[in-house]
Design a protein around this ligand. Structure first.
Ligand SMILES: [Mn+2]
Length: 342
């Protein structure tokens, strides 16, 4: 069976000649970088450096420390911490790679910097409805992850032989985190890429252990609190939600990344098809949505919560009180899920 080839050949040919001489290249991924954002950026960096380019990575905000095993993790320029350096890295670049995001609003104020830049812009991404703000677009919304696409990109560039264990570790990280360890969002090509990376020397057992078994006692205590005291189930619609107040944030000393994955627990109930994790932030209320099968939380997020993402994993945010957004969620769910007899 042919394995899908997501990359467009003509685009690659143009880039091959453009990248035939050393360039100043800046890579950027979305705010609150996850394993796929980081893995695709750090993996692509190592590859481009092997080709003789000068590479910088900018992220709008800080990355979770559990990914600090990735090479060059500490060399990422974080806009929130180093405004000027981040802007300069984008302004001075010959070429900008936008990774794992589909629109300039996903990188906050840096969106304007990218828009104004005269650099050659390349997008590699798997989110729905990419905006046309780049010169070369490698968008494949069927791909498991941007890391899967970065592998295919390097392969199409004719450089698969340059992918070593280090690059492999970066890219495999995104495969693991964007598929829940190969539980969802996979296609034949995902396993093909995984196989190639394993052949390149990736120790996937070690990676899975590092990524999955990294919790601290406070994470499990917070999880317990969420499940015991903050979860509501809308049995008749097959929906559930967990909410956290500002007070929860201070009581449990919740830091960036500490709430990662909590939303998924609700989907472990057979009858639950849509799960929401709603958190009161300093100035906004954020909602993170997950679904099973054909139900699109991308639709729910974009139609109600100023957000979007993927069919089965989306997010959004709005101003207002926690109660407002909880009420709204409860009110709109019947529009998306048929009532079931319980
Ligand atoms: Mn991704």
């Amino acid at each position: 069976m042919a394995i899908s080839q997501p990359i467009m050949m003509e685009e690659v040919t143009e880039l091959q000649s453009y990248l035939a001489v050393p360039r100043d290249i800046t890579l950027i991924a979305h705010r609150n970088p996850d394993g796929d954002a980081l893995g695709s950026a750090l993996g692509l960096r190592l590859y481009l450096e092997k080709k003789g380019h000068f590479v910088k990575i900018v992220m709008p905000s800080e990355s979770p420390n559990i990914f600090s095993y990735l090479p060059h993790f500490y060399d990422v320029i974080v806009f929130d911490l180093r405004h000027d350096d981040a802007r300069a890295a984008l302004k001075e670049a010959d070429c900008i790679f936008c990774l794992d995001f589909n629109g300039l609003d996903r990188v906050d104020k840096l969106g304007a910097t990218i828009q104004q830049s005269r650099a050659v812009k390349v997008l590699i991404d798997h989110h729905l409805d990419p905006e046309p703000f780049v010169d070369h677009m490698f968008s494949d919304t069927e791909a498991s992850s941007t890391c899967e696409l970065v592998y295919n990109f390097i392969e199409e560039m004719g450089d698969a032989h340059l992918i070593d264990e280090k690059i492999g570790e970066c890219l495999f990280t995104g495969l693991i985190t964007d598929t829940g360890s190969f539980k969802y969002n996979t296609r034949p090509n995902t396993y093909n890429v995984a196989a190639k990376l394993k052949l390149a020397g990736v120790d996937d057992y070690k990676l899975n252990d590092t990524i999955s078994n990294s919790l601290k006692p406070k994470n499990l205590k917070l999880l317990g609190h969420c499940l015991a005291n903050r979860m509501e189930i809308m049995e008749e619609y097959g929906a559930a939600y967990i909410y956290l107040t500002k007070k929860d944030y201070s009581d449990f000393n919740i830091q960036r990344g500490d709430t990662e994955g909590i939303v998924n627990y609700m989907l472990m109930m057979k009858s639950i098809k849509v799960a929401a994790f709603i958190t009161q932030q300093p100035s906004i209320v954020k909602i993170s949505l997950r679904s099973k099968g054909d139900i699109s939380v991308q639709k729910i997020a974009s139609e109600n919560f100023n957000g979007g993402g993927h069919k089965n994993a989306s997010g959004g945010a709005q101003y207002g009180s926690l109660t407002d957004i909880l009420d709204k969620f409860k009110r709109i769910i019947p529009d998306y899920l048929p009532k079931i007899e319980v």
